[in-house]
Design a protein around this ligand. Sequence first.
Ligand SMILES: Nc1ncnc2c1ncn2[C@@H]1O[C@H](COP(=O)(O)OP(=O)(O)OP(=O)(O)O)[C@@H](O)[C@H]1O
Ligand SMILES: [Mg+2]
Length: 290
Amino acid sequence: MSSMTKGIVAANLTQTYSAGRKIWGPRESFHAVDRVNLTIAEGETVGIVGESGSGKSTLGRMIAGIENPTSGSVTFWGQPYAKVGTPEWRRQRRDVQVVFQNPAAVVDPRWSIHAQVKEALSTHERLPTLEADDRAEAMLDMVGLGAMGKRLPHQLSGGQLQRAVIARALVLNPRLVVCDEAVSALDVSVQAQIINLLLELRERLNLSLMFISHDLSVVRHISHRVGVMHAGRLLEIGESSTLFDRPRHEYTRRLLAAIPADSPRLRRQRDMQSFGGASVASTPISPALS
Ligand SMILES: Nc1ncnc2c1ncn2[C@@H]1O[C@H](COP(=O)(O)OP(=O)(O)OP(=O)(O)O)[C@@H](O)[C@H]1O
Ligand SMILES: [Mg+2]
């Protein structure tokens, strides 16, 4: 990809953390993420898998621009990320949103979900109140919460609350959304709803998605390409079906072997789906089934 390309280009991305201080001697450090090269094109979904501690979330934070890399760079639609905390960085924030595992931790318990979606807008744009209200309402509609705007977070289910968080993220019209275990805490049937919602919104808004999950069948379902992290390195990355059917590395093979074989139903559903088509959104799936 050239620097003018639409999308994200990460080059040699490295994050070094302290491994704890010894009483004597130098501080020891280790690479949580080690020289990762990764691109995410406009409209593309890249899944990231790998065992716990392999560096997925750290990579996600750097791709989202909420953590400075120790070395390496991220270019976002041709623009390098500014240093965290600078005014330029604050301006860049609206284009990248992050959705984490626990929605309850990122909402304000005292505010209605409508108010929170509206607030997200007004931190980045000066809008007449009525227009902000309209846009918040339209966004809540889009995630299927049109009738629930007045509710407080504790009056929603976990899945509904994650929809509200997604609405709050997307009302800003971001180009990239990083989902870090965004459905992992939800029931299987609710996971499927949220995944379908993401697939639908991805088409409508032409979003780039980075989808981090330990659930390989969900990652396979949603991703165009999938990358495998191991000990901070991006071990391999490839087209979703190729990677799952013909992994190049022994490590990937072992990682994939840890999930149960495809069920016939899952295989059929996958065969019927084309990621480019809008029909994907209306196809019910059960990602963790088998
Ligand atoms: N802020 C930090 N300071 C020091 N070490 C950290 C920090 N954040 C992460 N680490 C370490 O970096 C490594 C990678 O962590 P990371 O959270 O990126 O892994 P992960 O692949 O997301 O794991 P999981 O699947 O459990 O979420 C781990 O060894 C972790 O302990
Ligand atoms: Mg993580």
